[in-house]
Design a protein. Sequence first.
Lengths: 166, 104, 93
Amino acid sequence: MDRGFVFRRKLLLFAVLFLFWIVLTATLAANDIVLGAISSALVAGITMLLFGQALDDRFTPRVLLKLPWFILRLIWEIIKANIDVAKIILNPKLPVDPRIVQYRTYLPDDLPRTFFADSITLTPGTVTVDIEDNLLSVHCLCPYHEEGLAGLESLVAWLFGVKPDD
Amino acid sequence: MVRNIITVIFCSIGAFWFLLGTTGLLRMPDIFSRLHPSTKCDTLGACSVMVGVAVYSGSLWDILKLILIMCFLLLSSATCGHAIGRSAVRRDIAPWRKSEEEEQ
Amino acid sequence: MINFLTAIAIVIGLNALICLYRAMVGPTSQDRLLAVNIVGTKTLVMVVLITFVQGENFFLDVALVYALLLFIVTVALSRYLEAEGWEEMRSDG
């Protein structure tokens, strides 16, 4: 493996861990920051030695920068989903017609697929119940909920910079 | 004063979503349908209560920690729903169908 | 304001009590696990509310650790339920 690449992965893991440390300690005192920097660097180095990789290879700084915008759009989707599910729950007749559909995704690796499955679970009337390779089993509460999946897939593809042809 | 009003609004909305999640948990016919209210309504309820409390607190570190808890809750509730659903699928628990009699 | 936060915490606690009904009667083990997970989420929010009722900031760290533990408990138990040999346990309940 390329030395520069390894160093960049370590640096990224160090930055994430260090931010987490600062939020946890809730101070900006000099001794806390120095201690946090030392322990974050140690953890980053040991992780690289033990697992051979720090974070997932798809988790780049570019993804990290796009993440807040992605989360905002996801939260908007979640709010819409909740209002939809709330209408179903509060309807006295309980108009559900649940079914399990199979969905084949073009997203390549584990991390984009995890993001996609989690987003599906959080949005309108759909829960991912199983993943095998690129075949997702999605439980839909009503048949029309199935239509939202393709939009979510393109949103996750945008986050990781994946083209449908890959 | 304005901050208190915002807190009251957000916390009330959160409590309402929690109530919806409980109702859904009791009313839905089978385990897969019960995953829907639990993963959606409860997550949004928890997040909106935390937003309300963050506005009430107003201190930077508290807000950062609450955001951390919120992000983690979004991630973990989705993953928990997925894990429970997967164990139900692997144990061959049959999903409830609306028109089961007609099809057979 | 503190009274209001306490009231919200009590409402959420009553909700959690109602959820225990599903944990009691739930036909499958997965239903019980789901109910326990929801009760855990509600407890987490109650801890966050109690932080500001009491004015003690360190309860937020407790809430964070509670969220982590809840996640690990649910994932570990559902992986455990995936394994074979649970038919007898299920028909008992």
